[in-house]
Design a protein around this ligand. Structure first.
Ligand code: ADP
Length: 183
């Protein structure tokens, strides 16, 4: 977990490949669906372009499918999920029904001014249509309103939350995550 621009995608890819498990990024899946103009993509587009969250039922449907994939048998890394308390509750219920459990929530923290700098810089590089100044502001606001409470929910549930300082080199941050996970 972490706000937009915290480096979830970069760190998530390294971590998943290092652990030999798939990474499932809800943002990547939604962007691919939007480009392919599938029904999911068309439905998600207006939320994404406004910087708002795609409805929980849609996201939980994707997560249920991901958990059922044979590749996820040895574990799966979710990136950009859960983003609301309802999604965290939905994940808990899915895992319980499958006899599985959550290992660790990795939380990347980065100061707000640094986030805005990073996202503004990547807009040109990656061509993300949701990286406009208004959308960035909205995504940060949504993060504070809807996603920060998810961290509080996990802490209250005594799930293992690994807090990582997201400022540093990619390698330093990855090393901190791996050492925090003890793997
Ligand atoms: P960022 O973390 O930089 O905002 P993401 O790629 O994770 O980028 O997400 C991009 C957009 O996709 C979000 O603004 C939101 O509209 C949608 N999205 C991604 N994951 C979720 C989720 N778990 N729940 C609801 N919407 C999501």
């Amino acid at each position: 977990m972490g706000p937009p621009g915290a480096g979830k995608g970069t760190q998530g890819e390294l971590l998943a490949s290092g652990l030999g498990i798939p990474r499932f990024s809800t943002g990547d899946i939604l962007r691919a669906a939007r480009e392919a103009e599938t029904e999911l993509g068309r439905h998600a587009q207006r939320y994404m372009d406004a910087g708002d969250l795609v409805p929980d039922e849609v996201i939980l449907g994707l997560i249920a499918e991901a958990l059922s994939e044979p590749e996820a048998k040895a574990g799966i890394l979710f990136d950009g999920f859960p983003r609301t308390v309802a999604q965290a509750e939905g994940l808990r219920d899915l895992l319980v029904s499958r006899g599985e459990s959550l290992d660790t929530v990795v939380n990347l923290s980065v100061p707000a001014d640094e986030l805005v700098r990073r996202i503004a810089g990547r807009a040109y590089v990656e061509g993300r249509t949701d990286d406009t100044p208004e959308t960035i502001r909205r995504r940060l606001e949504v993060y504070r309103e809807s996603t920060e409470p998810v961290l509080a929910w996990y802490r209250a549930a005594e799930s293992q939350v690994l807090d990582i300082d997201g400022v540093g080199t990619v390698e330093e941050i990855q090393a901190a995550i791996r050492s925090g996970l003890g793997r």
